[in-house]
Design a protein around this ligand. Structure first.
Ligand code: KIV
Length: 286
């Protein structure tokens, strides 16, 4: 297994996540799906890297996360693990890989850990996943739960909308969070829920909340790297703050190179290889 390397000092595991919650220290998590971005994210000091099934949207262009396969996440995870020294690497369990039976779910999660190099797995769902979370944790698999907007339920939900707006829905989400904590999840993603609800869940749980579109009070914030970097297309949700416009940077660079090639300015002498004068003479006389 080529990704294996000795753990460096300060490597983030579960105790570091717990300690941060106890000390009120905010942590950060970003997605990555390949070696170079994992290296950049890790070297920038991000605490957790999620090999998210958002790979389906931002890398494969599927339009949603439903088609993402275990092989795609495993392969991305291997690359991310190679590029990561300090951050905890978490792999998303794709749709269909934890829905058939507990045994199959355990097998798939173990595959992500043994072959992918994941140090934890994430799965979507509330009370319907409690038994599975307990089983995975019993098998020494660290689990991140995910409630609120669960993109793998897109066809059932009929779109991507804020969840937990009514008192009944909010109570249900709070309850789900408590059940998942009790089952052994070490953290829980709260996606697209009102900030007051996220704050309440964060206060009531001993485990860390990981917010995305859930306000500032979550213990950890997560974003999709490509959203933050301006490498996505179409309208973005209101919680996305674009910190760079890499799409424009790349377009400008490609235009510049294309122009240079067409004008003959690329490659120049320094960017190509020459023959020695003797070889050139020999060649011309032959
Ligand atoms: O797949 C993903 O990137 C996620 C985050 C948005 C939490 O699940």
């Amino acid at each position: 297994m080529a990704y294996l390397q000795p753990d460096r000092e300060g490597k983030v595991y579960l105790p570091a996540i717990r300690a941060a919650k106890e000390n009120g220290e905010k942590l950060v998590c970003l997605t990555a799906y390949d070696y170079p971005t994992a290296r950049i994210v890790d070297e920038a000091g991000v605490d957790m890297i999620l090999v998210g099934d958002s790979i389906g949207n931002v890398i494969h262009g599927y339009g949603n996360t439903i088609p993402v396969s275990l092989d795609e996440i495993t392969s991305a995870c291997i690359a991310v693990k190679r590029g990561t020294e300090r951050a905890m690497v978490i792999a998303d369990m794709p749709f269909g890989t934890y829905h058939v039976s507990e045994n199959e779910s355990v097998k798939n999660a173990l595959r992500l850990m043994k072959y992918g190099g994941a140090e934890a797995v994430k799965l979507e769902g509330g009370r319907n996943r409690v038994d599975l979370v307990r089983r995975l944790v019993d098998e020494e698999i660290p689990v991140v739960a995910h409630i609120g907007l669960t993109p793998q339920s897109v066809y059932k939900m009929g779109g991507y909308r804020v969840q937990g707006r009514t008192a009944d829905q909010a109570k249900r989400l709070l309850n789900d969070a408590k059940l998942l904590e009790e089952a052994g999840a070490f953290a829980i993603v709260l996606e697209l829920v009102p900030r007051e609800l996220a704050a309440m869940i964060t206060r009531e749980l001993e485990i860390s909340t990981i917010g995305i579109g859930a306000g500032a009070d979550c213990d950890i914030q997560v974003l999709v790297l490509h959203d933050l970097m301006g490498m996505t297309f179409g309208r973005q949700p209101r919680f996305v703050r674009k910190y760079a416009d890499l799409r424009q940077v790349m377009t400008d660079a490609i235009h510049a190179w294309t122009g240079d090639v067409r004008s003959g300015a690329y490659p120049n002498e320094d960017e190509s290889y020459g023959l020695t004068a003797e070889t050139l003479v020999e060649l011309e006389n032959s």
